[in-house]
Write a new protein. Sequence first.
Length: 338
Amino acid sequence: MTPALTIATTILFFSLFSSSSSSSACNKHDEKALLAFKSSFHYNTLTSWSKSTDCCSSWDHVGCDSDTGRVTSLRFSNDYENPRPVSLNGSIPATIGDLSSLESLTFSRVDGLRGRIPSQLAKIDKLKHLVIYLTRVSGTVPPFLSKLTALTQLSLAGNRLSGAIPPSLGSLVHLTDMVLSGNRLTGSIPASLFRKLANLTTLDLSRNRLTGPIPRSLAGLSSIAFVFFHGNRLTGDASFLFGKSRPVSQLNLAGNELAFDFSRVEFPLSMGYMDVSNNKIYGSIPAQITELTRLTYIDVSYNKLCGKIPSGGNFALFSADSYAHNKCLCGEPLQPCK
Ligand SMILES: *[C@@H]1O[C@H](CO)[C@@H](O)[C@H](O)[C@H]1NC(C)=O
Ligand SMILES: *[C@@H]1O[C@H](CO)[C@@H](O)[C@H](O)[C@H]1NC(C)=O
């Protein structure tokens, strides 16, 4: 076939394909917004985004509601399993705010993405999932994100965000995941942040430069399962994070300056992973910890703990590294107690 014929056949194939499909064609306003989005990047790999094809059925990274033809998801991801690698070189354009039916927006491992998170994003009030992960996006975590009242997942990990965590994020009552790890966030965690986040299950503020205490409002959350504060400069008491009936299954507080009496802590029975290493935790390890049948990892090294390491339960699994560099811990797998 001649090249011209091949193209003609391809066009015929696509028009047959889209007319035989029962789903609605791409909404014109959304198509316009996507084309504006594309042209804002001086370099991009959005070659499938062409006016001659339907954005819902033929454009990579775009997902639509099949009844209305409205664009509901945009997913740009260079995750290992993703078959469609993407390059976007520039910042998230203001026109993103015109995609008013968007429910899910993901940029993952997009190296060329930089600049600030645009305020027009706050117009997308149906947005449930916002993921900006491993990009060069900078500026602050914008307070206007609190206008995205439908958000369940806010994940801004591994960017170049700086400044303080805005207290306004505490009004996102539907959040199940708040992930702000691996940025350059400073200041203390707003005391009121967790007061209304009744459905929060994952909280990851690790690997930032946060200071001050962990707010006690976190103790009131009955659904919290994954709690990561490691690699900050947090101080004070964190014993309120524990409690026998709390659903916490993974807790990482490593590499802070937390100081509290471990002897008085009651461990959640659901705990599977606990790293509290490199803090200033004192007292002894309570024997109740041997009741934790799901515990597969523990690290209490580099603290100021003392006394006999409990034996029984899963405790035979753990090596001396888990207990190294404390004040005077003793017993298996360390030296016998005197
Ligand atoms: C973005 O584009 C500029 C200019 O073309 C180029 O110098 C730079 O390397 C690109 N960066 C990325 C991460 O693609
Ligand atoms: C919390 O989750 C429950 C169960 O999924 C749901 O019924 C409830 O509406 C949620 N609450 C909020 C504030 O999102």
